[in-house]
Write a protein that binds this ligand. Sequence first.
Ligand code: ACO
Length: 332
Amino acid sequence: METNLIPVGIIGTGSYVPDQVVTNKDLEKIVDTSDEWIVTRTGISERRKAQSHMATSDLSILAAQRAIEAAGIKPEDLDLIIVATITPDMFFPSTACFVQEKIGAAKAAAFDLSAACTGFIYGVSVASQFIATGMYKYVLVIGAETLTRILNPADRNTLVIFGDGAGAAVLGPVETGKGFLSFDLGSDGSGAELLCQEGGGSRLPASIETIEKGKHYLTMAGNEVYKFAVRIMGEASIKALDKAGLTRESVDFLVPHQANIRIVDAAVKRLQLPAEKVYINLDKYGNMSGASIPVALDEAVRKNKIKKDDIVVLVGFGAGLTWGSCVLRWNY
Ligand code: ACO
């Protein structure tokens, strides 16, 4: 189909993870768990924790500056900043506004997007519409989280899984036939309560009681989320490939959401990909929700795992429940 839409791709990536490492052995001292249980059930060995003076925007800024440098543009060239996060600096204003000011993106509009672990995929799909229609030229999309701030220190179900970090990508116009080829986004609100932070919003405003009951912490029905994730990661990847007119045989590289090695393995099996075509860093960082995919993508790009013209699939799922995938023909 002929269209007047401008082809859009990722023209630079960047990431930042905090220096402080929390190992499984460290967690053994806090909750009833073991390195052996965590590694076998999740594949995670350690995760990062942001220093107490650093908020989500601070992590975002460092990732953003690296992405902007890699893209070879200036902050003033940015037309829009989207921060995908479920751990914003504040409920309002948006974390994107803090980033916009700190990086000096004077002409950029800015907003946050909430789709949990799928946030980066939702973010690039939104960003690409602005560029494809010609409304904007350069959009910065950041996935960033300080999840350790909302973890219950007594809950072994969640404490072992999540970590902090930020990843970013600059999107811009690319050659015809390159860049994003398709997106597949979805949500199923019937699973909203499987993974949530119940307290502090308009339904259950913060009070002494909500704090005493630990309602300000993230809660997760791990097993239910697991079953959904194992199914949806493969399905969403295949759907995006279908929309791009491609098959799983054409995939050169997969960057999955880094939730749990068993969930990633299920997606890899469905796509029948060899290990060298899949990027894994969850052993080092755990699940960084919205930051997982862009951090993994940036590492893969910087390690030259992704080459020009490669067919790359990004796929994720998360709270909402939400899911999303996209297919790109890598343009640099
Ligand atoms: N250490 C030791 N034992 C544990 C731990 C732990 N950290 N956590 C749970 N257990 C115990 C359970 O209590 C249970 O014990 P029981 O049999 O005596 O009741 C046993 O281990 C098995 O528990 P399951 O929940 O069945 O363990 P499972 O194999 O499902 O693994 C896990 C749990 C890792 C949470 C898995 O379900 C999972 O990965 N779920 C998906 C989570 C996820 O990916 N979320 C991503 C979205 S995040 C976002 O959008 C913000």
